[in-house]
Design a protein around this ligand. Sequence first.
Ligand SMILES: [Zn+2]
Length: 570
Amino acid sequence: MILEDGEYSSEYENIDVKDKIVLTKGDIKIVYNLAVEKFGAIGIIFDGMKEVKPIRHRMDIPDAVQYSSFWWTKKDKKCFGFVLSPKEGERLRKLIKERIKNNESPIRVKAKVDSKFYEGNIEVVSAIIPGETEEEIIIISHLCHPQGTANDNASGSAVNLKIAGTINKLINEGKLQKPKRSIRFLWVPEMTGTFAFLAAKEERIPKMIAAINLDMVGENQDICKSSFLIERTPDANSSFVNDLVERIRDEFTKDTKNPFGAGRFASFKYATTPFSGGSDHYILSDPTVGISCPMLIQWPDKFYHTSLDTLEKVDPEMLRKIGVIAATYSYFLANAGEKETVWLANEILSKFKRKIIRFIQEKITEISSQEDLKKVAIKLINLEKRINYLSDCQKNSVTSLKKLSSINVNRFDIEIEEFTKKEFQRTKKEIYKNFSFNENELLEMYKDINKEARKRELIKEFEDKKKIKWENIAEETIISRIYKGPITEDTILNGLNRKQREEFYKLKKENEEIYNLLRTLALYWADGKRKLSEISDLVELESGLRNTEFLIKYFDFLSKCKLIKSKIVK
Ligand SMILES: [Zn+2]
């Protein structure tokens, strides 16, 4: 039976899939829940190819096989699956359609699957360069994907191994001193291995000062269409690690000269991006775990998670650069004392000032193009909120330095606060002065709106009335976390019956673009004291996205599965 995607119940209305094998391009887990669990199919053939925007569409790599998996618990119906390349899939689709058209007998496929459930172990490889204290710096990489697996993530695992060997050799040769803190090297099955490693000896977690995740670091940028990214920790875990790794990366960004050598720039593409998740750093950086961990990754990658992720797409020079960055980061942190901490505090402060100035520069342009006076006032209020938020995050980064050395950070906090205030006052004055509107009028309006400038009020005036209902519920809800570490989708699905899963998938599909980011960030901010409305505010300040309705519905599923506690307060 052919399904285009098969992700909605309605697609099954006129076809009988019972005891048949379905061919689909859709989300396999959703198809399993509907085709197999609900409508009785016995197997799945998948010919989908996940798009990686803007560099990979389904037919861009027609001969590649997409890395796909789905699974079930003992209470669910057993099922098998096979994956075809898009080209093979198209051939099969055409054949099936022709048979139907000509009233011929249906295609028969033969499948033999030999598998069983059994108790197993998760293997986590750990190596350590011992320091003088019990504190540790961690370099983590995952090694668990089916072939091809060159860039994801043999590349990260290989760099990790090379760093361990190199630092160890330099120490043995007397070229580097033995570090103060230990450096631990971890090779894990992605996510599951990290959960297992942390859970095995929870008491050592507070000694883990910082980490770095190496995930897909080898890409040949021209072939794979990638950029080298530093992904920062989430704002709920603001940390010194971000500015440090960026500072080390910047040493590499002047490796090319202009024709007569007057200017220097990078020969490769690079960027720093906010936290987005999706690998082991999302477990470590969760505030309930508290091990700040940026990720080094090359993204996008045209061959990501396919059989074409092979060795000739790996660039040894990229491996070297990223290896040196991660090695420098970990050895520096393993030895950082008072002097290094004060230097890093100054780095954080200077970077913050640049960030604020850049941010305000953009906002002045944005506000200047407004014509509605009320919108100008609201934009100013949002600007104030946003720079106060940035300042709070940066103060938390400075505070996090206490993990390295017990320096007094007050002077940095004060400077951050005063700088923020001064820049905002200056901006406000400029906008009043340069705007063609009457200054007093704008001032009055600003004062008025600011008095009740809670987000909800703004929504009442300017947005969809339907949203207010959800904002009101959020105002009365407090979310408490029960477990340390983020909650995986599979954990939620295991706690739901088939019908609830269908509802859960519907929520996921309707919010596909924001689903992963919002659910992760919101859980990080849930500290058992904040109302869901405050969490929604913080997520919006962090990501620019607001969807309180989604968060309420999502947390409702979590509380049904007893994965969080939700409490109503008046
Ligand atoms: Zn992967």
